[in-house]
Design a protein around this ligand. Structure first.
Ligand code: CP
Length: 308
């Protein structure tokens, strides 16, 4: 593959393995740029990127904005409360107005699964999914996979365990799609009430206890309990969840010494992950954040190129 033709990045489910690899290879080039003394390139000069975040974000929003600055784009930031959504305007009217102002790319986070697929079919500008409900968070999975490749030399044949609230996690879904396409062995672990049964049908190993999910893993990726998307009680208490599924000084013994500990953030310290492990020698959590910048530069660069 030598060029990118898609105007949107909606989900890793939509991409072929070679397209995922193409983004990762492009990100590796941008990581080198990020390590130079002069970190800015003119690739998106004259392009306008609108960051439209209808849900809260620290890492994703900041790294998209920084990526856009590094690529020399013109940038506008809009939040739900500062947009006319709060006055009853529809999402489609809002994004059509943003496009009418000659935005080239809209980077959006929205609580509704499928919101990006809906708007992208009505827009000529590029649409990048920065997270939609419990559905998809493609740039998070790309930066997770990028980090695994950087540390382990590849993902094919590696054992990657994703542990926690799988049911409500867009990060889990995106990682599962991306990792399976690139040939990893994926395990999901957590309380049975938080594990959707359909993943076993697509080749994912399912564990309902922490020890089995951790033993033999080359990577564990821990997820927080996503209370904002839970409409029922899925386990008795946070204390009980932490006791059974928390990775801490006692349970880290199940993990190989050279295995990576990952987390997309935000971490609920002391619940799914103890501080001593989050900040310990096996953790690559802040390196994931750093790699998010290169991955998002790559995504914006490729999509902008497809619009020319
Ligand atoms: N990992 C992630 O999406 O973090 P934010 O919600 O802070 O963007």
């Amino acid at each position: 593959m030598t060029s990118w033709t898609k105007k949107d990045l909606l989900s890793l489910y939509d991409l072929e393995a070679e397209e995922i690899q193409f983004i990762l290879d492009t990100a590796a080039e941008f990581k080198k740029v990020s390590e130079r003394r002069v970190k800015k390139v003119p690739a998106l000069r004259g392009k306008t990127v609108v960051n439209f975040f209808v849900e809260p974000s620290t890492r994703t929003r900041t790294s998209f904005e920084l990526a856009e600055q590094r690529l020399s784009a013109d940038i506008i930031n809009i939040s739900a409360s500062s947009s006319s959504l709060s006055k009853g305007e529809s999402l489609l009217d809002t994004v059509k107005n943003i496009e009418a102002l000659q935005a080239d790319i809209i980077v959006m986070r929205h609580s509704a699964a499928g919101a990006h697929n809906f708007i992208s079919s009505h827009l000529k500008c590029g649409v990048v999914n920065a997270g939609d409900g419990a559905h998809s968070h493609p740039t998070q999975a790309l930066l997770d996979i990028f980090t695994i490749i950087e540390k382990k030399g590849g993902v094919k044949g590696l054992n990657v365990s994703i542990i926690g609230d799988i049911l409500h996690s867009r990060v889990a879904r995106s990682n599962i799609w991306g990792l399976l396409k690139l040939g990893a062995n994926v395990t999901i672990g957590g309380p049975a009430t938080l594990i959707p049964k359909e993943f076993a049908e697509i080749g994912v190993r399912v564990c309902d206890n922490l020890k089995d999910a951790m033993e033999g893993a080359d990577v564990i990726n821990l997820l927080r309990i996503q209370h904002e998307r839970q409409k029922a009680s899925f386990f008795p208490s946070i204390g009980e969840y932490s006791k059974i599924f928390g990775v801490n000084e006692d349970t880290i013994k199940y993990l190989k010494k050279d295995a990576l500990v990952m987390h997309p953030g935000p971490i609920n310290r002391g619940v799914e992950l103890a501080s001593s492990i989050a900040d310990g020698p096996q953790s690559v959590i802040l390196e994931q954040v750093t790699n998010g910048l290169a991955v998002r530069m790559a995504v914006l660069y490729l999509i902008a190129g497809s619009l020319d």
